[in-house]
Design a protein around this ligand. Sequence first.
Ligand SMILES: [Cu+2]
Length: 840
Amino acid sequence: MAPAYTLLEPDAHRPRRFGFLKKHLLLFLSLAFNFLAFIVILRRPHDLTDIFSSRIFFGDSWYGGLENASQDSADVGDLERCASTRSQPLPSSPPAPINPWTSLTLEELSQIESWLEAPERGLNLTKTTSSRTSDNIIFLIEAYYPAKEAALAYLSTPVAELLPERYARVTIHHGGWKEPVVKDYLVGPLPIGSATKMRPLTEIYHRADIPFNARGLSTIGEMTLVLAQQMAPISDILQELFGATARGLPNDTLVAGMSGPFSFDGSFRRLWMTWRRNHAGSYLLPVNFYQYLDVSGTDPSQWKVLKHIYHGQVFNTIESFIEAFHNGTLIRHPEQADPNLDVSWTERTRRGPDRDLDHLPGPRSVSFAGLRFRVDREQQHISWLGWKMYLGFDRDMGLSFWDIRFRGERIIYQLSPQEAIAQYGGNDPLQASTAWLDRHFGMGSLVRNMIPYYDCPQESVYLPATTYTNFGIVHVERAICIFEQDSGKPLSRHFGYEEGEFGAVKSYVLTVRSTTTFDYLFYLDGTIEVRLSASGYMQGGYWNEKQDGYGGRIHYTSMGNLHDHVINYKVDFDIAGTANSLLKTTTNQEEIDHPWLDDDWGQRVVQQKITKEYITNEDDALLKYPPNFQGGYAVVNQNATNTWGVPRGYAIHPGYNAIHNTVVGSKRLLNNANWARYNLAVSRRKETEPASSSMWNLNLPGAPTVDFHNFFNGENITQEDLVAWVNLGMHHLPQAEDSPHTKTNIATSSFVLTPLNYFDYDISMELKNAILLHTPQTPGDPYTFDDYGVKQDFTCVPERPSPFEYPQTQVFSPDGTLSFANSPDIRRAAEMHLRVRIGT
Ligand SMILES: [Cu+2]
């Protein structure tokens, strides 16, 4: 097949001494070879299609690279097809046949909902989608995780009789009660049967009631109708001020965004609204017009706008605003009504000059020998090169990990995100009063399908997630992606001349990802990295000189406001069992005289020294990383030592951006995110302390349903079952490059959990994807090597990747009726406070 390639060479490369006949002979031979090559190509129609489609699709300059490609395609004939990576990966072997932490299925959710709606429950429920605030509705149904003791018993003896009973947590908004209130219930055992009962779930909360004013968003439609009434009298004024308005019509050019918290202690429910231009990226297009909305209680006729603020001018009534507009006392900003105002800069559409070779697709990772991780899709279990873990998924925070084992031993019982705060500053009423706690909005229920090739690499295996929301049961087929990649550097290596000292171990990483940027990275030495990268539109503010110091200007009148992100994770370590201790390691400078030193240097030595101590009381375990990171913290088992007599443990290392929240004492974040004051904290594990936050904490900074500080009540934490509550985050000082979207490379934070004397040595030395090089005995001879039978140059013909497609998120009603997440009503419910269109 080589002649086919030869024919493609330019004439100039041919020998010039050939005569006319020879030239014609050559031409003949060329044609013959060409024909033969063509036959070969015809027998392999895929390659021909590849060549033509690539050339047409990528343009002529792609062809420059195709000459070599055609040579490769000639070689391909000798190669076998690779093992399929597009079909399901090999099945994993979970330690127990049933995952005790799986989400409720559509069928289970449907059964529970019917059971709750039955007249004998006496709940007088209304379907959420057609409800008013003054109705009783089911806000949430989801699996309630079993007690650890029961789960461990089942894992150690995985027989059906020991499978923990399955329960559901149900949240009901009792809007129809005389004293409206939110209540959490425990319903079970499941499946629904004669033994199924319902009781209030109160033991995990720190206040007796859950105020109705702190409830999750369920009937936003009612709020927008009220807003439409309140806005009607000023719609013409807004048109004149901004060249845009909100009349409750489909072509409205203004939409509202709302701030949180909505309450301090549950005694009221009030929101600041910022009006923005209704365009792609409305979040970056505020017009400097704010309103303060009171939506307390259950009677929408009592809801009203309390305050109107236009460019810092405050009006306590709509009448005074209208009057100021008409009598000329309102200081106007007529430039905002410019009909040529260009807001296209907030779009994601490509812009700017071309870059060299950017028209070519970038490199892509291919597992030529097949996927090396195993997945049980039904039981949501993954295994990979010594790692094994179950997955769970919930409405509040999404993906969680359970029973994480490495080389047969459980290291972590539960690893799950708990809460994500973002506290803002600014010289306007909205930014200065915003402190988000994202759990409120349901980070799990807001998960949408990954964009294949872009969110996750080509070979990713996707897992689904199902959550119950106020607008239906959301089924996301590609909620989680799993993929293995070569990290591009060795995990360990050394160059040397002695036999046995020169070689390298390759480094691969298994990533389990959700919400695009919640990453859990598993490494071959037993290390886990929890990494979060943020991207998307910022909560933009209106730029003027008075905002200087509160963020960064990103356009003529747009800015990003200063804020801190802090995200809390629960890490329930089980190091060689559940009895663990908290070890604090510190390195300090010491000055010591060494008697073996002489006068030339003197006897005094200045060096560093390690001190170790156990923190025995959980009140002393609210921790910040030491200055200059001199030392750190680890969870160890004092009664389980490695061969060298050192307690086995796992260290908690700061990764990127090891920060805690900057602001302490703000009323808007007074006691509802006390974990954010630290880098990490360690408490004794309790069933009554399953999470460091709750979905109502956002709206109860003064009296939260879960006050993290209550976990710390002087208990001894020596050889007890411990939970590490670990934070990551970033100080977000917005800059022009955050426009249109914050970038994942900068907005990244992580922490690392890594073996600390857990093993006797670096156990990645057991891997076969490694090489040992033998130094040649004769100068000039090549190195010989031992690659343990794993050929890194192994190749084969990979299967054609799946073409790009993006499915719609499915939303089911409990009776199984299917709709889609981009239906107008569902979109409105899903966008919630972020993009509020008034009217119906
Ligand atoms: Cu940010």
